[in-house]
Design a protein around this ligand. Sequence first.
Ligand code: MF3
Ligand code: CO
Length: 244
Amino acid sequence: MRDAGRVAANVRVQLAKAIAPGMTTQELDLIGRDLIEQAGARSAFIQYPGPRGVPPYPGYTCISVNEEVVHGIPGDRKIQLGDIVSIDVGVVYKGFIGDNAMTVCVGVTDPNVLALVRWAEQSLHNAIEQAVAGNRLTDISHAVESTVKPQGYGVVRDFVGHGVGRKMHEPPQIYNFGPPGRGPLLKEGMTLAIEPMINLGTHDVETLDDGWTVVTRDRLPSVHVEHTVAVMEGKAEILTLPDV
Ligand code: MF3
Ligand code: CO
């Protein structure tokens, strides 16, 4: 899990550095494909089965721009100055999954949107601090909500973080809201993908006709950040940190 996490993180950061205005999300995804291949890994996303009636996921990565929350299908949308771009990278490496995401500001972004990005990052880090042995699962959930609620942001309720291991989506589901102190006890060695999705406006989201791309109902921007972490005694270990 450490090796898979490191590979996923390296690809995430290299992909973030490749973002430039004028580029399409499809071009970015193909760079992601190449980076994953060069690392000796496979995309955990491509051909991932969709819900009933939805074709499998067609991208190597997920690229979600502005009002797109998660699962943005790469295509001919051009990235523009001032956009925020969420890149989600999941890899299979030596039989294990590393899953991580970050949101990048392209050029000068509206200060209110920049603040949204920073608060979402803070919520992820506060959540990770709760991923220690002896805590309960929803201590993680509560940390996300309690970090961003005072700012008036919307916490997405329809999508969750998850256990991760040899498969991308393992139990438990990790909600990003709710009371603390509930759910299973956390034990050393559990590996979790914690992924807050935080909206500038309403928490309500909808899925576009492509069956995958999730957008905010009010079309205001949304931020998605994710780490794969290992529960440990005293302090969680973030597995998706890059080498540099
Ligand atoms: N990080 C995302 C998740 O945990 C990415 C999944 S995209 C998919 O759900 F296409 F593979 F589903
Ligand atoms: Co995930």
